[in-house]
Design a protein around this ligand. Structure first.
Ligand code: PMT
Length: 224
């Protein structure tokens, strides 16, 4: 039986990649499929939460019962998340948001020109860091970190630097972990110093493990 430990709570999940246009037919993006975020949205709904899923372009069936909001760019994801942030209890940011976008979007298809060309990139807003600044005492913020090296050091820097409650780090170089796989290998870092290192498992089970930890934290706050 699925525990109803998120009943009555509002949960916001982000998933998928963002697409940053360069011209009408080209964009910069990444290999995120949305599977991790969709699994989290589905699991949170099954545990009784009202769930909004803000998703970048993904070829997945939206989980039943979940309010889906589709976005394309990091800027659109920023607007969508900020619009709903004040009214949610838990935010889980599994989306792979582009850190940079083309500084200029050409209104026409860019033509071939010479042997090399340069594209200037502009920094996107860090959505999670902004949520960390705005977070109220009752709100729980869960971030992800996709790392290829120095996992623990980078994870802890994101956990404290972005004022998160939990940080889920995946070493995306491990077989079966990270982008586009049905499985993942994660470590969950808490502010209490507790680190849970999970073996390779299906993303639906990873989602349950993340929600176990988040639900406990929410309960301990309500009891406090
Ligand atoms: O979608 P799948 O194919 O299932 O793959 C899952 C995943 C690998 C994408 C997922 O498990 C994951 O790791 N998601 C986060 C990927 C990422 O962008 O990590 P990051 O270390 O660059 O970002 C750290 C955190 O800040 C993330 O929670 C991210 O959503 C957030 N962020 C990053 C940049 C930005 N401009 N705004 C943000 O909010």
């Amino acid at each position: 039986v699925t525990p109803q430990d998120l009943a009555g709570l509002d949960v916001l999940v982000t998933a998928g990649p963002t697409r940053e246009p360069l011209d009408p037919v080209r964009y910069l993006s990444n290999r995120s499929s949305g599977k991790m975020g969709y699994a989290l949205a589905r699991a949170a709904f099954l545990r009784g939460a009202r769930v909004r899923l803000v998703t970048g372009p993904a070829h997945l069936m939206p989980p039943p019962g979940v309010e889906v909001q589709r976005v394309e760019t990091a800027g659109e994801m920023y607007e969508a998340v900020l619009q709903h942030f004040d009214s949610v209890d838990l935010v889980i940011k599994a989306a792979a948001v582009a850190d940079y976008r083309p500084g200029e979007v050409s209104p026409q298809k860019i033509k071939k020109q010479g042997q090399a060309m340069q594209i200037e990139l502009a920094r996107n807003p860090d959505i999670l860091a902004e949520l960390g600044r705005r977070k109220k005492a009752h709100q729980l913020l869960v971030g992800f970190a996709a790392e290829t090296n120095d996992l623990e050091q980078n994870a802890l820097a994101k956990l404290t630097g972005k004022n998160l409650d939990l940080l889920v780090a995946n070493d995306v170089t491990l077989p079966g972990a990270g982008f586009d796989h049905d499985t993942n290998v994660v470590r969950i870092f808490g502010r209490d110093g507790v680190v849970e290192a999970l073996p390779l498992m299906d993303k639906n089970r990873v989602a349950q493990k993340i929600l176990d930890r988040a639900a406990k934290l929410l309960q301990s706050r309500q009891g406090a």
